[in-house]
Design a protein around this ligand. Sequence first.
Ligand SMILES: Nc1ncnc2c1ncn2[C@@H]1O[C@H](COP(=O)(O)OP(=O)(O)OP(=O)(O)O)[C@@H](O)[C@H]1O
Ligand SMILES: [Mg+2]
Length: 452
Amino acid sequence: MKLVEKLGMTRSTPELYEKIAPGPGLDIHAFHNIKSLVHTRLVDLLDFSAIEDVPDATLREWIRDVTRDVSSSEKIPLNRKEQDVLISDVVDEILGLGPIEPLIKDNTIQDILVNNFKNIYVEKSGVLYLTPIQFRDNAHLMQIIDRIVSSVGRRIDESSPMVDARLSDGSRVNAIIPPLAIDGPMLSIRKFGYTPLTLEDLISKNCIVPQIVEFLSAAIKSKLNILLSGGTGSGKTTLLNVLSAFIPKAERIVTIEDSAELQLQQPHVVRLESRPANMEGKGEVSLRDLVKNSLRMRPDRVIIGEVRGAEAMDMLQAMNTGHPGSISTIHANSARDALSRLEVMVSMGAMTISETALRALTASAINIVVHLARLPDGQRKFISLSEITGMEGGIITIQDLFVFDQEGLDASGNVFGSFKATGIPSVFSEHINRSGIKLNRDIFNFNRGIGK
Ligand SMILES: Nc1ncnc2c1ncn2[C@@H]1O[C@H](COP(=O)(O)OP(=O)(O)OP(=O)(O)O)[C@@H](O)[C@H]1O
Ligand SMILES: [Mg+2]
């Protein structure tokens, strides 16, 4: 089957199609064949350890020469466009991440999901697209996964078949391979590096409104402890990055993550990243170890990128004992669910603490839970801001200050509804006031319709 016909079978965005399509007439197997011959010839000719210092234009010229040689010796004529595509592919192969390199460079793509070597999806503006891009085979995909993982000093093999890593631009990577991944190696990349969303972006996209931002800014400056909750890909980390701008510049911030993806703008940020065990099962440094260690680093704020396990207990204790002003994210379906998940996480740390004591600790440690969601139309939206007000009859009491009320979907499937204040004033008004911040009273009384 001709490559162009093959491409026609898959749904793809026109730009992706343009990027990988060689000229008409060339068989995809012949194309892969010649590419791999060029690659092998280059391996013989070049010193790969010094290749990163070679200017791009020179490297391309070398590859063009080799390509001409190979194409004439193999009697596979290539037109100019096919040569260009082949050269770009080979450059990506040598210096980058092979066939997915153009996706990495494309700033409009947010997620790259490699389900198997020939099934690659991307997410653009909240919508998933199948791309026509493919790896040659599983071994080829595995080679690229290895390259990513080893560049951050981690490894992936049968005994340790899943790993978190990141790309040099800060994008977050997860790789999982057989036997856990049944149909071959899989790769999920959450791109983060290029154009992080700003507060202005979130407001102009109607993800959140200025009144709620004003309250959050006051909460952060007055060092309340905040948990950002939501489903996967609901925009928690993005909001954390954006909100971190409200942390005063003079503070020393310690960030703790499994795979560093936070991009704080402050001058005084020290970043810690956990480490999985090595081949002999030794050397693991967990989030929990890092939280404990961070408290000895004279932090003004400790920011845990995502709480997901036993470190929850250390986080709650730190929040309660002299390290307020923490912000973290958690996977949960609602504000209340976030609190029950914290309980489960604490119990993962095998702590023997009664349920009531644990709830009391949570209620006094966490002040605010902001819940986010990814709506059916792909939008990420603020859903609620709740305050923890205390305990009653063994249950943590919470109250909503602001909510997004989804009223329906318009004709093109976009969500409409309104952001509103519930009219309840914050229990932390006094605390915020004492920190020298004047809250505008109007923010507790507004109703703003969006869409329709
Ligand atoms: N308000 C927004 N509008 C549009 N896109 C957004 C918005 N917030 C986040 N995104 C995009 O959605 C993707 C997921 O965002 P983010 O990583 O912040 O989510 P998350 O909830 O932390 O995900 P995870 O659960 O995987 O950690 C990113 O590509 C990000 O650029
Ligand atoms: Mg996240």
